[in-house]
Design a protein around this ligand. Structure first.
Ligand code: WQD
Length: 339
């Protein structure tokens, strides 16, 4: 029997790559997205990549009547839940919007799932739940530490799911803590496509490489790291998508919950990434050292043993592949994706 998966936020960066991976794994997939952070033509591009029609419900995860209609119209077997706000800086300015979408949105989704008899969900969590970790590489046993409303909203989501699973064994959840997603799909039809000034490093470097920005600002080079700039565990978005498929397969086959980091276990500095992207685009990219960004931590790096043991997951693509795929994507995007 072919299971049908509801992908909330499925037109977004990680969601769209997960759509492709789920279809390749043989699932039927339905997307719910309000397109607040995704281009309207992403479903068209997903149709090109997967070779078949893409079913989309356009709307917010907060729209309970829409959720009820969706579950009434389509037999959903499990949910992969991406729909959330995810900009740390914005969360400091608009905390209520983050708690509404990321917390109330999750609770409402779970209520509609329960009413429809759906009790399997993969949850998009984040390394941000570790705050400033004591230990790197950071294991899943590290304590929750929120240092911004976004991180608190993700911690709250994890705690809600934990309490729900403890309340009734009918529920099973896959909680996936991402580190730093990067790169784009090999087709160059989908990738990271920020609608305004990029917060994250890779899309900003990409815009410098494209000549859309004059210079990259490196937020501090006085951190306790080898070259003084921030270290992060960058993971290719296609590896991340494949991790979601493994999480879903484990949930559907065992009915047991799991919580794992999704990363590579390797840390790369800002200067490392500038060098890798310069190699990908064929020129030395300009940068300047400026003050630290408030809220940044020196190092985020995943301990990855548990994902390998529990899901059989291991990231396969390296930083060069992330930068090469990002560079191919942004050039194709600038040409209008020529499809
Ligand atoms: C990476 C490094 C910066 C931009 C983000 C999200 C977080 C989570 C993980 C979703 C840091 C430096 C960046 C720039 C720079 N995503 N940098 N100049 O901060 O690790 O977290 O990804 O769950 O929500 O915020 O990623 O890409 O912003 O920064 O020097 O213009 O690059 O200081 O060391 P971060 P990032």
């Amino acid at each position: 029997m072919t299971e049908t998966i509801l992908l909330t936020g499925g037109a977004g960066y990680i969601g769209s790559h997960t759509y492709v991976a789920l279809k390749a794994a043989g699932y039927e997939v339905v997307i719910l997205d309000n397109f607040s952070n995704a281009a309207e033509d992403v479903p068209d591009r997903l149709e090109l990549i997967t070779g078949g029609p893409v079913q989309v419900y356009k709307g917010s995860v907060l729209d309970r009547p829409l959720l009820a209609r969706l579950f009434a119209e389509t037999q959903i077997d499990a949910v992969v839940h991406f729909a959330a706000r995810k900009a740390v800086g914005e969360s400091v300015v608009k905390p209520l919007e983050y708690f509404e979408t990321n917390c109330s949105g999750l609770v409402g989704l779970l209520q509609e799932m329960d009413a429809a008899g759906v009790h399997r969900l993969v949850f998009s969590s984040s390394a941000t739940v570790y705050g400033v970790p004591d230990e790197t590489p950071t294991p899943e046993t590290a304590p929750h530490r929120h240092i911004n409303p976004y991180g608190l909203s993700k911690i709250t989501g994890e705690l809600v799911l934990d309490a729900l699973a403890k309340s009734d064994p009918k529920w099973a959840f896959g909680i996936l803590r991402y580190f730093n997603p990067a790169g784009a799909h090999s087709s160059t039809l989908i990738g990271e496509d920020p609608s305004d000034i990029p917060n994250n490093l890779i899309p900003y470097i990409a815009q410098v490489a494209m000549g859309q920005r004059p210079v990259l600002q490196v937020f501090g080079n006085d951190y306790p790291t080898p070259d003084g700039t921030g270290l992060r565990d960058y993971i290719h978005v296609e590896d991340l998508a494949e991790g979601h498929v493994l999480s879903l397969q484990a949930l559907l086959s065992t009915g047991q919950s799991h919580l794992v980091n999704l990363g590579t276990g390797a840390g790369h500095s800002v200067l490392d990434m500038i060098a890798a992207y310069s190699k990908a685009c064929g020129r030395d990219l300009p940068y300047e050292i400026v003050d630290r960004r408030p809220g940044d931590v020196p190092v985020y790096c995943a301990q990855v043993d548990k994902a390998r043991e529990v899901l059989g997951f291991e990231a396969r693509r390296d930083v060069e592949a992330m930068c090469a795929s990002s560079w191919a994507w942004v050039q194709a995007r600038a040409r209008g994706n020529a499809y």
